[in-house]
Ligand binder design. Structure first.
Ligand code: T6T
Length: 344
């Protein structure tokens, strides 16, 4: 695989909102959207952040799930920004990526009357009404995921997930120029981010006659389930050439399943996210490319937007962050900074 090809593709597809530098104490943003020329560099040309918040606001961050390096890294970005602005961020998340576990956390957070809630909703439908209701008494900032109708939100900050799915297919295509059968390993239907990634990937596969789209398998965000599903899928389609794993936990399980089936030479795996276990699989050669998001930046912008709204400043309703495509060739070089953290 040629590093330059993958990186060039990523550079041409990563869309970011460019925020203009300014010394104002409130975030202001241009509406321009630019292509990142270097996907390993932060996508925003210059982030505009308030100097200090007008008050020591209390921002509550509710993750999609605890212990996920994507959300841990987001927490690090949020906490660093909060410190800079003179506000507080408290973080908690459900044990599983599950709205029945996340809603009670939102309820208890709301009972304490926070100034703002920054949340990654775990389901597009189940979290719609609870968040709409919450927005009547607090600022709601969506980070990463969204719900069916996010019009209640002060701001929504996320990756270009559909574009990331397309980028994943392009990586698989470069690894398998002759085409073949490919599939997706996902989490659960109803998660906005992974659903968008699947769409981007599926549309791209279906537009390329050399490739056959098998299906999407749902691992419930559990690596062991993903590994089992992968083993069965390879028994059914032993000539499969590629898998797109749509997030961190499905990727961990996919790598295990491919390794256990001894199919590492034949099946090329490209996954979203860049947790430490995924990086290990990349270095070992079970996974060929990682589409790393910018969770730290998402957390930072989340706090910026909450503070801007509370201060009565300018809020950008939708902020899109970029990607870094990590391969074996750049993992220890200019892409190292894109690897997610296990602690702040
Ligand atoms: O991929 C991220 C996140 O973007 C997605 O919404 C859920 O899964 C992750 O947290 C990775 O585990």
């Amino acid at each position: 695989m040629k590093k330059t090809n993958l990186l060039a593709y990523a550079g041409s597809t990563v869309l970011v909102v460019a925020l203009t530098a300014c010394t104002s104490t409130k975030p202001t943003a241009t509406t321009s959207t630019t292509a990142a020329t270097n996907p390993s560099a932060p996508p925003a040309s210059a982030a505009v952040v308030p100097g200090k918040a007008k008050k020591a606001y209390n921002v509550q961050f509710i993750q999609g799930v605890q212990g996920d390096e994507f959300y841990i890294t987001m927490q690090c970005g949020a906490e660093a920004e909060a410190k800079k602005l003179g506000v507080s961020v408290t973080t908690q998340g459900p044990q599983k990526f599950d709205p029945t576990l996340q809603k009670p956390i939102l309820d208890s957070v709301m009972a304490a009357k926070p100034d703002a809630v920054m949340i990654a909703p775990t389901d597009v439908t189940a979290m719609q009404n609870p968040l709409q209701q919450a927005s009547q008494s607090t600022k709601v900032v969506l980070v990463d995921t969204t719900t069916d109708n996010p019009s209640y939100a002060t701001s929504a900050i996320a990756s270009d997930n559909e574009g990331g799915g397309r980028a994943a297919f392009d990586a698989i295509k470069q690894l398998n120029p002759n085409g073949g059968k490919v599939m997706v390993m996902s989490t659960d239907p109803g998660v906005s981010t992974v659903d968008a990634r699947i769409k981007g990937f599926e549309d791209a596969v279906k537009a390329d006659s050399k490739f056959t789209y098998l299906n999407v398998q749902y691992s419930h965000n559990d690596p062991a389930t993903a590994a089992n599903l992968m083993g069965s899928a390879l028994q059914k389609d032993p000539d499969m050439v590629g898998v797109f794993a749509a997030n961190l936990f499905s990727a961990e399980g996919t790598a295990t399943g491919v390794r256990q089936a001894n199919k590492g030479d034949q099946v090329k795996v490209v996954s979203f996210d860049a947790g430490p276990n995924q990086v290990k699989a990349l270095k070992e050669g079970t996974v060929q490319a990682l589409v790393a998001q910018q969770p730290e930046l998402i957390g930072q912008y989340g706090v910026d937007m909450a503070v801007a709204a509370l201060d009565g400043g300018t809020v950008t309703p939708k902020v899109q962050t970029g990607f870094t495509i990590i391969t074996k060739d750049n993992v220890d070089g200019d892409a190292a900074a894109a690897i997610y953290k296990s602690s702040c």
